[in-house]
Design a binder for this molecule. Structure first.
Ligand code: ASP
Length: 335
């Protein structure tokens, strides 16, 4: 009998031929999609994937795995776009948005949560302890307190200093791919993490402090089911990052999963959603970044972005992790 533990350790063989444009991978004669146990957004996804993999390998559920993964950047004060040390809104409040979901329609989310590091865990409690799917603002804070989460000041001296510097000009111009320039004026970027078990079960999580210096009360795509994250059992899962308003306008992650349902590969499914944003918005999205990652029930992975610079972290069933650049509509990784 195949146990889950030895199923995780199965080799991938030729299935690792790349369709993603990867500096670390060679293009095979007949490219097959990448496969994964866990996939997440951006370079910082690699550390999240490692925690998720370890949790699953230790006997945790897929939800345990994606929650553990999302907690890594949430607790990392040097990451200025998620959790502790996240950039505040323009009034100086660090407000967190998060969602967790599985393939059976179980879903919990919080938005505008203040003073609690692990927004993803509060979101999971919403899913498991309430009849609701989404709590926001004061209600989310009250719920976190009642659930026994420890309150913490999320505004670190570094993020406060950068905010005060920003206040001198108070210009609001999000910069694409700012994660590569930590401490830059307008850091953003979200972790979306998706997992597919060896038997095709799916789960996902998404957590962020949202756009730096946003209006107080602004909620982006990330905690909205179908926008920042969507998971559908028997089909696939998708997550988004970048300018949340553009993702929300097209219900981006739900669109990617609908594309999977229609038979597109994960990469083609993500690309179609990116192209739709451009069709709809034209020059209004010039210079903006939006990136999608997707996984299907076979563990096949794909990604696509508006602009070059988006990366994804892929962890295969042996626990091996690589960070790859995504293809994009514009620039050298165009495909
Ligand atoms: N999508 C996030 C938001 O709009 C930010 C990001 O991923 O860069 O809040």
């Amino acid at each position: 009998m195949t146990t889950r533990r030895n199923a995780i350790g199965m080799g991938l063989g030729s299935a690792l031929a790349a369709t993603l444009v990867g500096k670390h991978t060679a293009r095979a004669a007949t490219p097959a999609p990448e496969t994964a146990l866990i996939v997440s957004t951006w370079d910082f996804g690699a550390a999240a994937n490692a925690a998720a993999y370890a949790r699953f390998a230790a006997g945790g559920s897929l939800l345990d795995a994606v929650e553990a993964g999302a907690q890594v950047p949430e607790a990392d004060a040097s990451n200025r776009s998620v959790g502790l040390g996240g950039n505040p809104d323009r009034d100086g409040h660090v407000t967190l948005d998060a969602i967790i979901m599985d393939g059976k329609g179980n879903c919990g989310a919080v938005a505008a949560l203040e003073n609690y590091v692990h927004a993803i865990s509060v979101a999971r409690r919403v899913m498991e302890k309430t009849p609701h799917t989404f709590l926001v603002g004061d209600g989310a804070n009250q719920f976190a307190r009642e659930q026994g989460f420890d309150a913490t000041n999320l505004l670190t001296p570094e993020s406060e200093k950068a905010w005060k510097e920003w206040l001198k000009t108070a210009q609001y111009k999000p910069v694409a791919n700012i994660e590569n320039r930590r401490g830059g004026a307008l850091d953003h970027d979200t972790i979306g993490i998706l997992a597919c078990s060896p038997d095709g079960e799916l789960a996902g999580a998404c957590t962020t402090s949202g756009m730096a210096y946003k209006l107080h009360g602004r909620v982006g795509d990330s905690p909205q089911a179908g926008c920042g994250l969507f998971v559908e059992g028997g089909v696939g899962a998708a997550a988004a990052t970048g300018v949340g308003e553009e993702v929300t306008r097209i219900a981006g992650s739900a669109r990617v999963v609908a594309n999977l349902r229609a038979g597109l590969s994960p990469e083609a499914a993500c690309r179609e959603a990116v192209e739709h944003i451009v069709r709809l918005r034209g020059s209004a999205v010039s210079g903006a970044q939006v990136g999608f990652v997707a996984i299907d029930t076979a563990g096949q992975v794909g990604a696509y972005a508006l602009m070059p610079g988006f990366t994804l972290a892929i962890t295969d069933r042996t626990g091996h992790t690589r960070v790859l650049p995504s293809k994009s509509l514009a620039g050298p990784e165009k495909g």
